[in-house]
Design a protein. Structure first.
Length: 247
């Protein structure tokens, strides 16, 4: 598996609170996007800290993960422990440093090991699967507006302009227990996985994102064009994208 990533401050925000991670090898690899929140530089700290915690956990538990995967064991407990550790790391830092009080982050993460792929997600960053000319949003936005859609109080169309569309009901590092979506993915040759913060999909429609990605240009060019398009629309938020390919 190969991947490229890009992050940009956008045109409005004074700093970039997004982070991304591309790390690993043919046996164990991780790809992630995190969109931090909090006052001053706390959002940037939270997103970076969460990804570092994931990276450190995978390094420490590499042998156990690969052994479990090779034995066809359920990886859920090990991956849940990784996510809980990242949550605890950010929460502890926010409580120990007044400047970081209330910080947190989204996390959308793809992990590949021993032929298996898993997706972990919390918050409103997104993962898309592109397959056979179709692009599918495979994560759920953990926002108040999306919850209103699920309960039938507003429509999908109304969600995009709802005043609470960015109010998170789940995030990493804000509570003792963080509830993640965690599930395996069956990926095929020629699939693409696109991970992004809301600075991308908040500016561009899914169809516009798809039209840029499906041109199958050099991956780094695709990411540059996505960022440029989001900035052309106003660049109201930080923009981060990771494109995973060559499964």
């Amino acid at each position: 598996m190969r991947a490229v990533g890009i992050t940009h401050r956008g045109k409005v925000r004074p700093n970039n609170e997004d982070s991304y991670l591309i790390d690993g090898d043919d046996k164990l690899a991780v790809f992630a996007v995190a969109d931090g929140m909090g006052g001053h530089a706390a959002g940037e700290v939270a997103s970076s800290m969460a990804l570092t915690a994931v990276q450190n956990y995978l390094a420490q538990k590499r042998a156990a993960l690969l052994s479990a995967a090779a034995a066809k064991q359920d990886l859920t407990p090990l991956l849940e422990a990784m996510l809980a550790n990242a949550n605890e790391t950010v929460l502890r830092a926010s409580r120990q440093n007044k400047g970081y009080a209330g910080m947190g982050t989204t996390l959308t993460l793809l992990i590949a090991l021993a032929g298996q792929c898993w997706l972990a997600h919390i918050g409103d960053s997104r993962a898309y699967l592109l397959r056979n000319g179709e692009m599918v949003h495979i994560t759920e936005d953990h926002t108040l507006a999306s919850q209103l859609v699920k309960t039938g109080q507003i429509t999908e169309e109304e969600r995009d302009d709802h005043p609470q569309r960015n109010v998170l009901i789940r995030a990493l590092g804000t509570d003792e227990t963080a509830t993640f979506d965690l599930f395996p993915l069956n990926l095929m040759q020629d699939d693409l996985i696109l991970l992004c913060s809301d600075g991308l999909y908040g500016m561009l429609s899914d169809e516009e994102i798809k039209s840029i990605v499906e041109q199958r240009k050099e991956p780094t060019i695709i990411l540059q064009e996505l960022v440029a398009a989001a900035n052309d629309r106003g660049g109201c938020d930080n923009i981060t994208v990771v494109l995973v390919y060559d499964f």
